[in-house]
Write a protein that binds this ligand. Structure first.
Ligand code: A2H
Length: 255
């Protein structure tokens, strides 16, 4: 766990089509003409090309917060409070919640994920290990480079019926984003296999895989997707972040 403040990139994933239960929860509370965004917080903006879905905690309660008449964010109350002191809402310290929705009700919602190769959109899916006390409580999934994400999408596809999802929602193609000398161009799948991680509940081994993936990716990785192909991850990371911010598809969030 880092000691100083964490500098996240918050990403704006626009809702294209609501899951029926979530639609009921927001009906009449958000103008029809407005855009609603799920807002994951990430430390790896350079991997956003590889988003295949976006996770919420099924039992976590989320708020729908008003940014303007045209724009609403889905995050935890805790994150909205933090954002209110970081200039993200119109008035300092003030955040207006217009609706509440539990994570499980959002599962199946189709969102547009900025930079993702999956331009048709990605689904909101459940992840049991999402912490309500970190980031925004929304986690975008990049299974090529995050062992947690790879273990979770593998489990979701295996037990699609149990999770009440369509199997294909968890099986969007995983494309190479970063090439590394030790683990090839699909670092997370490689490490999950190598360390024989069987499920998202293998917390200890996942911790080890995360550590290895992060070091190798950050210090040795070369981009093989996106606008900064051929550049070192270390160099590309702030550039991708800035691009997202300049395009209005993301913003800085810290805690
Ligand atoms: B990262 P730190 Cl490709 N609960 O983004 C659980 N995990 C959360 C979370 C929450 N409430 N909020 C954010 N996270 C995840 C990309 C990524 C991430 C890659 C590789 C590693 C990685 C795509 N998922 O994180 O404890 C988010 O996943 C490895 C730790 O604040 C976020 O970045 O350091 C990261 O954990 C923040 O973790």
């Amino acid at each position: 766990e880092a000691v100083g403040p964490q500098e996240y990139t918050a990403l704006k994933l626009r809702v294209k089509e609501w899951a029926p239960e979530a639609e009921k929860a927001i009906k009449g509370k958000v103008p029809d003409s407005a855009d609603v965004f799920f807002v994951p917080a990430t430390l790896r903006p350079e991997t956003m090309y590889g988003q295949t879905c976006c996770f919420v905690g099924p039992k976590i309660s989320y708020g729908v917060f008003k940014v303007s008449e045209k724009e609403f964010y889905v995050v935890t109350d805790r994150a909205a409070r933090n954002m209110a002191y970081q200039g993200i809402f119109p008035e300092n310290g003030i955040y207006e919640k217009v609706a509440e929705v539990v994570g499980s009700a959002c599962v199946g919602t189709l969102v547009n994920a900025p930079l993702s190769v999956h331009t048709e959109g990605v689904r909101i899916l459940p992840m049991e290990t999402v912490l309500p006390t970190k980031g925004t409580g929304v986690v975008t999934s990049v299974p090529s480079d995050s062992p947690d994400d790879f273990a979770t999408v593998t489990d979701l596809a295996k037990k699609a019926t149990y999770y009440g999802i369509k199997k294909e929602w968890a099986e969007l193609e995983i494309l190479p984003i970063i090439e590394t000398p030790s683990y090839g161009n699909l670092t997370a799948p490689f490490l999950v296999k190598k360390l024989k991680i069987a499920s998202p509940k293998d917390v200890k081994k996942l911790e080890e895989a995360k550590e290895l993936a992060y070091k190798e990716g950050y210090y040795q990785g070369i981009m093989v997707a996106g606008d900064f192909k051929g550049e070192k991850v270390e160099v590309a990371k702030p550039k991708v972040r800035q691009q997202l911010i300049d395009a209005g598809q993301g913003f800085a969030y810290s805690e």
